[in-house]
Write a protein that binds this ligand. Structure first.
Ligand code: CU
Length: 115
């Protein structure tokens, strides 16, 4: 009898785990040659979900910035030098225009979907 109820508890825990919302993810975008790069290629857009975090790593020997004025996902990571990464967690669904304040040609979009 006890053995059977243990099985029920374990089954219940597994079911609860699978029913839980997906864990939030972390993405890495590299700033290289005045471009936003992911997996070695320039990217124009990145699809994420609410709660996901995007880290921006400066891999150029000069200062970059990352900011967006796309409310309510607006943010400003300030200026940071080579080999420094700053990150932002997206809390609202929507399309986010991401730019570098130093280099007007550096642009990408982050599309945030609901969980
Ligand atoms: Cu820049």
């Amino acid at each position: 009898m006890i053995r059977r109820s243990m099985k029920t508890v374990v089954f219940g825990l597994c079911a609860a785990l699978f029913a839980a919302p997906a864990l939030s993810r972390e993405y890495l975008v590299v700033q290289k040659d005045r471009k936003f790069v992911m997996d070695g290629k320039e990217i124009a857009a990145l699809q994420v979900k609410v709660g996901d975090t995007v880290s921006f790593q400066n891999s150029d020997p000069f200062i970059h910035n990352v900011f967006s004025e796309s409310a309510p996902n607006d943010f400003d990571l300030g200026a940071f030098p080579m080999n420094v990464a700053e990150s932002h967690t997206f809390q609202h669904p929507g399309e986010v225009d991401v730019k570098c304040a130093m280099h007007g040609e550096m642009k990408m979009k982050i599309i945030v979907s609901a969980q």
